[in-house]
Design a protein. Structure first.
Length: 260
């Protein structure tokens, strides 16, 4: 791995822990997209990137000998910038159909991200995928939910309405503008921690996993992906970060189409 990593570093730069001498030349810098997905990644009150995934990415990049430049984007613009190569990397989720063929995903998944459905106490619970029939679902604009959006759009007996963000979506649910909110556990729980709402009920729909996604437009994308994977695993071996997620251990709502 050392030779591969050195190939993407500036001349004279050595990988961390390599035992090679260092010179005062700039380290390679990656442009990294981040979105509003608290508490994993978000813009703080000072206008700076923050969150658990941001902090972890900085730690892994330092171990790999790379500098980072963060750029805050809406989710749809993030997809476009990855496809076109405007950004080098995004801290996102695996298996996004809109990015298939355009990115390389890291082999390691540092965190699991549960996709859940949220409802008010007087709404019948979701027990399987068919529970969405003849109901109105609130979704977040720009999210594809790993392709599940396209399956829902194809159903004649399910109505979809969209909110610009997680807080607005919860307010729509509270005001009975939809029967269910389909959203990720992390940002909704963070919003509920900060805002007062009537009791809402959560039920899991699917386990998904985080990943570092590298644009294929960067000719060094494969080397960068390998550098991140191996840097993360070195940190795990030293006990500096938690072990990677086992992607084979996941929950799926009964009846949920697996080909989305």
């Amino acid at each position: 791995m050392l030779c591969t990593l050195l190939a993407i570093l500036s001349p004279g730069q050595a990988a961390p822990g390599s035992g090679l001498s260092m010179v005062a030349s700039p380290r390679p810098e990656l442009t990294v997209a981040y979105v509003e997905f608290p508490p994993l990644e978000y813009m703080d009150d000072a206008g700076q990137p923050a969150g658990e995934f941001v902090d972890l990415t900085r730690k892994v990049a330092e171990e790999a000998g790379l500098d980072l430049k963060f750029i805050y984007l809406p989710i749809s613009r993030t997809y476009f910038y990855l496809r076109s190569g405007v950004v080098d990397m995004w801290m996102g989720l695996t298996g996004i159909p809109a990015l298939e063929g355009y990115v390389l995903e890291s082999e390691v998944s540092p965190l699991a991200a549960t996709l859940s459905v949220w409802s008010m106490p007087d709404t019948s619970p979701v027990t399987r995928y068919e529970s969405f029939q003849d109901r109105i679902l609130i979704l977040i604009s720009g999210y594809t939910y790993g392709g599940l959006l396209y399956q829902l759009e194809a159903l004649d007996n399910v109505s979809l309405t969209f909110a610009p963000n997680h807080l607005a979506a919860l307010r729509m649910l509270e005001r009975n503008r939809g029967h269910y909110l389909l959203d990720y556990q992390f940002p909704v729980r963070e919003t509920l921690r900060q805002e007062a709402f009537d009791e809402v009920r959560e039920q899991p729909v699917r386990t998904r996993y985080t990943s570092w996604l590298f644009t294929r437009q960067n000719p060094n994308s494969s080397a960068l992906r390998d550098a991140f994977d191996q840097a993360y695993r070195r940190l795990v071996a030293r006990g500096d970060v938690a072990a990677e997620q086992d992607r084979s251990q996941h929950y799926v709502l009964p009846g949920l189409p697996l080909d989305h």
